[in-house]
Ligand binder design. Structure first.
Ligand code: ADP
Ligand code: MG
Length: 226
């Protein structure tokens, strides 16, 4: 019975999600249709319209590629992975983008105490990328992003600390909801997907923030995350 309950809960989340997706994709499509009609009528400011149309197409593209990830967490491909090494790789990948905004990405880890976690490598990597990208996107004036890894013997803790503007307390619970975004070109799917992936590893994602004090996103992963 409990399993049935969990399943029906999942169904309603899928339903909610479907409604949100339909809405998010219909908006740019409606706008595109309008511009095509304008262009059919023969208009002088074509370049401007083409630019807006490209932006709308990009938006649909981003949403659909992020959605592909939602379908993936269900099929696992788990093995023992070195979390410290994965973070090192992700940071190397994102360093160029960070430096562009005067941001220092720093990995702080216990030497000789790497976290080995049974996990889906590409999914967990996606979580790290999502969280570090969010931190970068908040720090428009530059600064430091600290990535901490700790092995407490029972679970692996990964914390991403930024020096961004922080999140007002009353908004923190909204962050994991699909389509909540404060960005002009955001999808509001990154944290929902990340949370779902962490859930799928029997872990948890904790968000701490004071308005104006920066934010910390902490991931806790049990070593045997089935
Ligand atoms: P997106 O990045 O597309 O907006 P996310 O799900 O990744 O979607 O994030 C949702 C929202 O959570 C962001 O738009 C932002 O308002 C807030 N947020 C996420 N990370 C941070 C952070 N490090 N500092 C402040 N706000 C954040
Ligand atoms: Mg994001």
């Amino acid at each position: 019975a409990e399993e049935m309950l969990i399943r029906s809960e999942k169904m309603s989340i899928a339903g909610q999600l479907a409604a949100g997706i339909a809405h998010e994709i219909r908006n740019p499509l409606t706008s595109l249709k309008g511009f095509v009609q304008l262009l059919q009528g023969g208009i002088s400011s074509k370049d401007e319209y083409y630019k807006i149309m490209m932006d709308e197409i990009d938006k649909i593209n981003t949403i659909t590629s992020e959605l592909l990830f939602i379908s993936k967490p269900m099929t696992d491909d788990k093995s023992d992975e070195n979390i410290n090494k994965m973070l090192h790789d992700v940071i190397t990948l994102l360093k160029t983008q960070a430096n562009l905004y005067d941001i220092d990405l720093v990995l702080e880890a216990d030497d000789d105490d790497d976290c080995m976690v049974y996990c889906d490598r590409s999914q967990i990597k996606q979580v790290f990328i999502n969280l570090i990208k969010n931190a970068i996107e908040e720090m428009t004036d530059g600064g430091m992003i600290h990535v901490l890894v700790k092995n407490d013997g029972e679970e692996c803790m990964i914390a991403i600390k930024d020096q961004g503007p922080g999140i007002p307390k009353h908004l923190i619970h909204k962050l994991k909801e699909p389509f909540f975004t404060t960005k002009k070109n955001g999808t509001g799917l990154g944290l929902m997907i990340s949370n779902q992936i962490i859930d799928n590893h029997s872990g948890r994602l904790e968000i701490e923030s004071e308005n104006g004090q920066g934010s910390t996103f902490s991931i806790y992963l049990p070593f045997n995350g089935n």
